[in-house]
Design a protein around this ligand. Sequence first.
Ligand code: ZN
Ligand code: ZN
Length: 401
Amino acid sequence: MPTDPKDILAAIKAYEDELIAIRRDIHAHPETGFEEVRTAALVAEKLRSWGVETHEGIAKTGVVGTLKGNRPGQRAVALRADMDALFIEEKTGLPYASTVPGKMHACGHDGHTAMLLGAARYLAENRDFAGTVHFIFQPAEEGLGGARVMIEEGLFDRFPADAVYGMHNNPGRAVGEFGIRPGPMMAASDSWTVTFGGTGGHGGSAPHLATDPTMVMAQFILAAQAIVGRNVPPVEPAVISVGHVSGGAIGSPNIIPSEVVVAGTARSYSPKVRDTLERRLREVAEGLAATSGCTAAMHYQRRYPPLVNHAEQTAIAAGVAASIVGADKVDTAMPMRTGAEDFSFMLEKKPGAFIFIGNGVKPDGSSHYVHTPLYDFNDEILALGATYWVTLVGQELGVEG
Ligand SMILES: [Zn+2]
Ligand SMILES: [Zn+2]
């Protein structure tokens, strides 16, 4: 296997047309979470055609390809791409635009899938490495936690890995550039709902006979902001926002309702801060309710954990990217992002790192962001992304382990 990334890139460029065709085929046929039947079949068919041992049906539509190197080695590395599309109506007008009304590959997972397939083909033809590579094609990244479901269905028991890596395209970052940071990189995204209960009553004639949950809710909404201001260390970012309030009937302003509901979101970047937000929201709700003779039922839903890159693998990933594009094109201290990403579940189980690859910037400096109807994955970076994966395998499995 060539060790110079330029040779790898040149070899992958030779079959770039096939990767572009795969990417546009997937783009034209977007499938949303856990319904990636056609996409998974396409992935499995390609992997098998290149001689990669292929396992289907993990987390419904997930696919894992396993490839052993020709040299002896016990180490294994897992590379992950996501396959799902979004419920967005595409407005690009491209010749290969979505053929499915209301669904679109607006996050570039079509490109992620094609890049990892490009690496699988190269490595299947160049097995001069020591150990095992697992190519993880994951369903349902967008909100449904396909990564979590794959892990629950034994992903890392069936396909043990010493390290796991992920990659996402980044509109607004130039082609040929990468971004990464050690430690927390993307937010934990949780939602919560509190139902305050009281007796309610006649608000005009006998308010003193009621326990009034509306007053508790009003106090709670203000006190919740003090959790960020007084319970979270000032150097740690955190967000609590209210997105829903309801209670009573609009035609009955003289009735104190017996139940009101408030709901919102909580974002954080460390497991400790996340624990603090959940614990304090509950304590504040229950404490305020108790002082007014009311009750508080808190439902806190942990959605995606914070994405926390491991230091050693982040250095490996950044070094690999730098060996391809030059160290000056790799931002190793990119700012934390407020979005969430379910690769975080894999990083809770295995050491690893998630990297951003530039999807390009338009001449006027703008670019269509992910999750918008005009977004498109940039085919120019398919070969580069595949080269990153192959070079990473060379780095991880280049010597006998
Ligand atoms: Zn997305
Ligand atoms: Zn995405």
